[in-house]
Design a protein around this ligand. Structure first.
Ligand code: GLU
Length: 398
C-alpha cells in the first residue's frame, strides 16, 4: 500500500513538473511514533502514530485496531490522509494511527485499557491544534470517548476538539457515523452526472457491508431508486441476487448474524464478488482487495474506493488500461474526514449542528471536490486518481 501511495504522488508530481526535492518533500513523513502497549493482563501490542504533513493545518486521521497493522501500512495511510484533506480543501494535514491487535480477542475492560494506554503514550503529540485522531477500521465512538476522557485527564483540555468521531453524547457530530458512506453516494451521483448517466438504471455490489458499506447501501436505497444492489459481502462471505435490500441486510446484520448465513439469494465467495456482473463495485473493506492477481476478473465499469487503498498500483493500471473508471479513495471516502472537520469546528465554537445542516454541508464540500477533480481530469486528459493527486499536491505545495 505504501508503494501504491508513493507511485500516485510520483506520477502526479512528474506530470506537474515538480522537482525531485518537491516530490521527496511530499513523500516524507514528519514524525513517526512507535511504542508498545502492555495491558495489566500482560498482553502486549505494537502501536503507531505517523504524522505525515501539517502544512495545511493540524494532523488528522483515524486509528485502526487490526492484527495486520504495521508501520509501513500506517505510513501509507497517513500519507493518503494529507492528500485526502487537501483534495477536499480542508485546512487539515494528514496522520494515521494503529495498534496491531485483533479487538475480538479482547474483552471490554481490555479494550478500554488499550484505548486509554494508546493516549497515555501519545498525549503530548496530539491535541486540537496539533493532531486530531478519529475512528478507522474496528474503532468507533465508544473507543474514541475513552480516548477523549483519558486525554482530558492528562491535558486538562475540555474542548473535546482533540478527537473526532465521538459519540453524540460525548460531543460528536450528527451525521458523522454515516458520513463516509454518504460521501460515497454523493461522489457516485456526481460521477454519473459527469458521465451523462444520471438517469440510467445502475447495479452495484458492496464489499464490506460494515460501518462504511452499510451506510452507502442504506443512503443509496433511500435517495436513488434507480440504483440496485445485487451483491454484498462481509468478512464471513457474501450473497448475490437480482435485487437485495440494504435496509433488510442491515437489520439482519444488526442481530449479530453473518452474511454467509443470510437466507436470501445465493452464497458467493470474495472471488465471485470481484467478478460480479454489475456496473459499480463499491470496495468498503480493507486495502489491496484488487491486485494484479484478480484485476482481470473485474466486469464492472466503475470502482469506488470506499476503503483506503483497496486497488493496488498494478491493478489500477490494468483496470484503467481497460477503460474501468476507478474513483480514488482520497475522493471517494473523504466524507468521513469532512464531517470530522465539521465536528472539530462545532467543538471549538461550542455548537451542535443539526443533521440536516451537516448533511447539506457535506454535500456541498463533496460536490465541489468532485467538480475540481473532474475539471482537471478533463483539462489534462488524466484519470480521476491522477487528477485528485494533482489537485491535492497543488494545495499542499501552495
Ligand atoms: N479514518 C477515516 C479516514 O480514513 C476518517 C479520518 C478522520 O475523520 O480523521 O478517512
Amino acid at each position: 500500500m505504501l508503494q501504491t501511495a508513493h507511485e500516485s504522488i510520483k506520477n502526479a508530481g512528474k506530470r506537474m513538473g515538480l522537482t525531485q526535492k518537491e516530490i521527496d518533500y511530499l513523500i516524507q513523513t514528519d514524525k513517526e511514533h512507535e511504542f508498545e502497549i502492555e495491558l495489566s493482563s500482560g498482553k502486549k501490542f505494537n502501536a503507531f502514530r505517523v504524522q505525515h504533513n501539517n502544512k495545511r493545518g493540524p494532523y488528522k486521521g483515524g486509528i485502526r485496531f487490526h492484527p495486520e497493522v504495521n508501520k509501513d501500512e500506517v505510513r501509507a495511510l497517513a500519507t493518503l490522509m494529507s492528500f485526502k484533506t487537501a483534495a477536499l480543501g480542508l485546512p487539515l494535514g494528514g496522520a494515521k494511527g494503529g495498534v496491531a491487535v485483533n479487538p475480538r480477542d479482547l474483552n471490554d475492560e481490555e479494550l478500554e485499557e488499550l484505548s486509554r494506554m494508546f493516549v497515555r503514550s501519545l498525549h503530548e503529540h496530539i491535541g486540537p491544534d496539533k493532531d486530531v485522531p478519529a475512528p478507522d477500521v474496528n474503532t468507533d465512538g465508544r473507543i474514541i470517548d475513552w480516548m477523549v476522557d483519558e486525554y482530558e485527564h492528562l491535558s486538562g483540555d475540555t474542548t473535546k476538539a482533540s478527537f473526532t468521531g465521538k459519540s453524540i453524547d460525548g460531543g460528536g457530530s450528527a451525521g458523522r457515523e454515516a458520513a463516509t458512506g454518504r460521501g460515497g453516494v454523493i461522489v457516485l451521483r456526481e460521477l454519473l452526472k459527469y458521465l451523462g448517466k444520471s438517469n440510467e438504471k445502475i447495479t452495484y455490489a458492496i464489499q464490506g457491508f460494515g460501518n462504511v458499506g452499510s451506510f452507502f447501501g442504506l443512503i443509496a436505497e433511500k435517495d436513488h431508486i434507480n440504483w440496485t444492489m445485487k451483491s454484498a459481502t462481509d468478512s464471513s462471505g457474501g450473497v448475490a441476487s437480482e435485487e437485495l435490500s440494504p435496509a433488510e441486510i442491515n437489520s439482519y446484520k444488526k442481530t449479530g448474524a453473518k452474511l454467509s448465513d443470510y437466507i436470501k439469494g445465493s452464497k458467493i465467495t470474495n472471488d465471485d464478488f470481484i467478478s460480479s456482473d454489475v456496473d459499480v463495485l463499491i470496495l468498503a473493506a480493507l486495502g489491496d482487495a484488487i491486485t494484479e492477481d484478480n484485476a482481470d476478473k473485474v466486469k464492472a465499469k466503475i470502482i469506488l474506493e470506499l476503503a483506503n487503498g483497496p486497488v493496488n498500483e498494478k491493478a489500477y493500471k490494468i483496470l484503467t488500461d481497460r477503460g474501468v473508471i476507478v474513483v480514488p479513495d482520497i475522493l471517494a471516502n473523504a466524507g468521513g474526514v469532512t464531517v470530522s472537520y465539521f465536528e472539530w469546528l462545532q467543538n471549538r465554537a461550542g455548537e451542535h449542528w443539526s443533521e440536516e445542516k451537516v448533511n447539506k454541508m457535506l454535500d456541498e464540500y463533496m460536490t465541489k471536490a468532485c467538480k475540481d477533480i473532474f475539471t482537471v481530469a478533463d483539462k489534462e486528459s488524466v484519470s480521476l486518481k491522477e487528477a485528485a493527486f494533482e489537485v491535492a499536491i497543488a494545495r499542499i505545495l501552495e
